[in-house]
Design a protein around this ligand. Sequence first.
Ligand SMILES: Nc1ncnc2c1ncn2[C@@H]1O[C@H](COP(=O)(O)OP(=O)(O)OP(=O)(O)O)[C@@H](O)[C@H]1O
Ligand SMILES: [Mg+2]
Length: 440
Amino acid sequence: MKLQNQLNAAFSLLLLIILTVTGYVIYSLIMDLLIQDEQRQLEQKGEILVNALSDRYENQHPSQLQEFLKEQDLQLFLYDRATDTILLSTLPDRVVQGFTRENNLADTSKQLWEYGTDKFVTSRILFYPERTNLELILLTPMSDLRSVQHNFFVRLLIVFIVGAAAAIFISYFLTNRLVTPLTRLNRQLKKIEERKFEEIQPIEATGEIKDVARSVYDMANELQRYISTQQIFFQNASHELKTPLMTIQGYAEGIKEKVFDEAETEKGLEVMVTEVARLKAIINEMTLLAKLDSEQEIYHPELVDIDSFINHIVERALPMTNEENVKLTYEINEQFTFRIDEEKMLRAVLNLVVNGFRYAAAEVKLTATKNNEQIVLTVEDDGKGVPEDLLPNIFHRFVKGKSGETGLGLAIARAIVEQSGGKITVGRSELGGALFKITF
Ligand SMILES: Nc1ncnc2c1ncn2[C@@H]1O[C@H](COP(=O)(O)OP(=O)(O)OP(=O)(O)O)[C@@H](O)[C@H]1O
Ligand SMILES: [Mg+2]
């Protein structure tokens, strides 16, 4: 069953239950209200009549009184409490006898009298002064009230039916507005499943569905980016592996066919050894990257003192400073400890330092600062800086500049920093070259 139909069915059922209960309660209450109202009206009429009758009763002959009462067009008894008899009535004698037979007229607490199959609402008004013991009793048959009750109920039913129809119509309209965006969103999800990212269109929605749609688009964008970086990665990787392999193949075939002289063969073997070493290095770095990205267990965080961390970097980088003729300086603004996997983080920062050595004119500078819980490590140099066109993708795998090597160093650094809960960015240094900033 469609969601919209389910919602409408549930709403209609609920409405039906509420209306039935309300209808039943009103129907049963209405009779009590009608009886009370009828008694009040009878009482008002009775009091006026009693006032009018009081004088006449003293001065007029009973037959004149009877005449007067008949003119009132009311069903009434004139009852004498003392003798428990009905003195006068506007009803036929036969009916009066029936009432006397079926009801105890002396019982004033009984408000409904029976006669035949019908019941009557009664109202009793005493004449004043009380010692006359005269009572006027007015009657209305319940059948009159029942027809009022019935009329009222029919109207109530009509109001309920019209109201329910309007409510169901509105609910259909509202659920339609609610469900349509979901159907549209589903269509967009199908496109994501089929990887037709260019065909995805935004949908109009409100509230939580809008948030879900937003997340779906973000997810689609992320997925699209992931797929394309993955493709680029494979292209770059195969290119990167193919070049040394072709060199090795060229020399190997040349040596086998004996086309080289002794010196050339010696040179060829040398190149093959270096290329194999390079291939091994690339494959090692690729394996490391895959592990860094996917295996959380290879990280072993521990509390590390910033001083000893910087010392380790300097120790390892020192041999290179002589080689490259660049000096390595450092600055620590405050002593602190932080939780990292020291070996991995050393590797990340060293990758930045080694790059710095390669591109610096004379200096590579390391700084460590801590401001309000934020730890910042920077590596900068006084070289030419990162070329503009490389900037957006510099941390991607196999992205490298003209004098670059494999283009995996920064990708490895980023993987380590991100897995340790930090962020790495690149910018321009005041020294003139590149500035890499790691923030925790
Ligand atoms: N300090 C720097 N100054 C200028 N350019 C830089 C600097 N650091 C990196 N780059 C540029 O970014 C590219 C990518 O650097 P990355 O370290 O990822 O790879 P790589 O150094 O070429 O190779 P390797 O994988 O051996 O580190 C470099 O090739 C270089 O063009
Ligand atoms: Mg590098």
